[in-house]
Design a protein around this ligand. Structure first.
Ligand SMILES: Cc1cc2nc3c(=O)[nH]c(=O)nc-3n(C[C@H](O)[C@H](O)[C@H](O)COP(=O)(O)OP(=O)(O)OC[C@H]3O[C@@H](n4cnc5c(N)ncnc54)[C@H](O)[C@@H]3O)c2cc1C
Length: 284
C-alpha cells in the first residue's frame, strides 16, 4: 500500500510528487507520458517564476527530467474510480487496482463536458475505459469520443476488438490508422437508447452503435461521488483537504485561477498535508 496516490501528472501532480519524494513518502503518480496536454500546448510562458518565455513543451521536458532525476516513475493510465478501503482507498486504473492511504486529486479541469445521456447510460453501453471494457464489443460497432492525442492508443485497442469504430477526435492531426476506424465530423449531442445504448445523435442524425467510449479526463466527482464540488471545482480548505478524510485536491480541479503558479503551490501544500495527516495517524 502506498502512502499516497497522486491522480494527474500536470504541474499540480508533479509538484506534489516532488514534495512527497523530499518527505520520503511512498507514492504513485498516475497520468500521461507527456505529463499534461494543456502544458504541452502553451506557446510561451511569461508568468511563471523562472520560466521566462519557455514553451510548454520545454516546461514538460524540465519536469520530466526532475521526475527522472528524483527516481520517480510515472504510472501511465487513466483512473476510472476511487473506492473506500479498510485503511484508505482503492484506485481503479485500467485493469489495475492500486491501494493508497491517502489520495491527491490533481486531474485538472474537465475540458469536454458530459453529453446528454452519458451519465444515464454509464455501465449500459457507455464506458470511460478501453482496457476494461473494450473486449465486450468484439465484432460490434462503437462510437468513440477521443479528447486528446494521448488517448489514441486506446482507440487503436478498441479498433482491434470492434468491427467498426466511428471516431470523433476533438483535436487536430488525428493519427489513428486502423482500417476499421471512420473519422467523423462534429460532436455527438446525445447518447440514445432503451435499456442499453443504441447510438448517438450528431447534427440531428442518428449513428447506430452498440457502445460509446468517452476517452477524456474525468471530473473529480465522477471518480468519487461523495466528493463536494461547487461550480465544477472541488471544495478544499487551505490545507487542500476535501470533505472526504484522506482525499486532498490541487491545481485547476480546485477552481480558478487556472495557472501554473497556483497548481504548483497547491500540489506542494497538498503533499505537506498528506504527510501531516499520516504522521498524526501513525501516532495513534
Ligand atoms: C493553451 C494553454 C496555454 C496556457 N498557458 C498558461 C501560461 O502561460 N501560464 C499559466 O500560468 N497557465 C497557463 N495555462 C493554464 C495551465 O495549463 C493550467 O493552469 C495548468 O496546467 C494546471 O495544472 P494541473 O496540474 O492542475 O492540471 P493539468 O495540467 O490539466 O494536468 C492534469 C493531468 O491529469 C491528467 N488526468 C486527468 N484525469 C485523470 C485521470 N482520471 N487519471 C489519470 N490522469 C488524469 C490529465 O490528463 C493531465 O495530464 C495554459 C493553458 C492552456 C490550455
Amino acid at each position: 500500500m502506498y502512502d499516497c496516490i497522486i491522480i494527474g501528472s500536470g504541474v499540480a501532480g508533479v509538484s506534489a510528487a516532488l514534495t512527497l519524494k523530499a518527505l520520503k513518502r511512498s507514492f504513485l503518480i498516475i497520468g500521461n507520458k507527456n505529463l499534461s496536454a494543456k502544458v504541452m500546448s502553451a506557446e510561451k510562458i511569461k508568468n511563471y517564476p523562472g520560466l521566462n518565455g519557455a514553451s510548454g513543451a520545454e516546461f514538460v521536458k524540465i519536469m520530466q527530467a526532475q521526475l527522472s532525476e528524483g527516481g520517480i516513475a510515472l504510472t501511465e493510465g487513466r483512473v476510472t474510480g476511487i473506492y473506500d478501503g479498510e485503511n484508505g482507498f482503492f484506485v481503479a486504473c485500467g485493469q489495475d487496482v492500486y491501494e493508497g492511504r491517502t489520495i491527491i486529486l490533481a486531474t485538472g479541469v474537465e475540458t469536454v463536458r458530459p453529453i446528454k445521456g452519458e451519465k444515464e447510460f454509464l455501465g449500459r453501453g457507455v464506458s470511460y475505459c478501453a482496457t476494461c471494457d473494450g473486449f465486450l464489443y468484439k465484432g460490434k460497432t462503437i462510437v468513440v469520443v477521443c479528447a486528446s492525442k494521448e488517448e489514441e492508443h486506446e482507440v487503436e485497442l478498441l479498433a482491434s476488438y470492434a468491427a467498426k469504430v466511428c471516431l470523433f477526435a476533438l483535436y487536430k492531426d488525428c493519427a489513428v490508422t486502423a482500417p476499421n476506424v471512420e473519422i467523423m465530423r462534429g460532436m455527438p449531442s446525445e447518447i440514445v437508447g432503451g435499456m442499453k445504448v443504441e447510438g448517438v445523435m450528431v447534427g440531428g442524425r442518428k449513428i447506430e452503435a452498440d457502445g460509446v467510449f468517452m476517452l477524456k479526463d474525468a471530473a473529480c466527482d465522477s471518480l468519487y461521488s461523495a466528493l463536494e464540488v461547487s461550480g465544477g471545482a472541488v471544495r478544499t480548505g487551505r490545507d487542500m483537504s476535501t470533505n472526504i478524510s484522506g482525499i486532498f485536491a490541487a491545481g485547476d480541479c480546485t477552481g480558478r485561477p487556472y495557472q501554473y503558479a497556483k497548481a504548483a503551490g497547491e500540489g506542494n501544500v497538498a503533499a505537506h498535508s498528506v504527510n501531516a495527516r499520516l504522521n498524526e495517524k501513525d501516532k495513534i
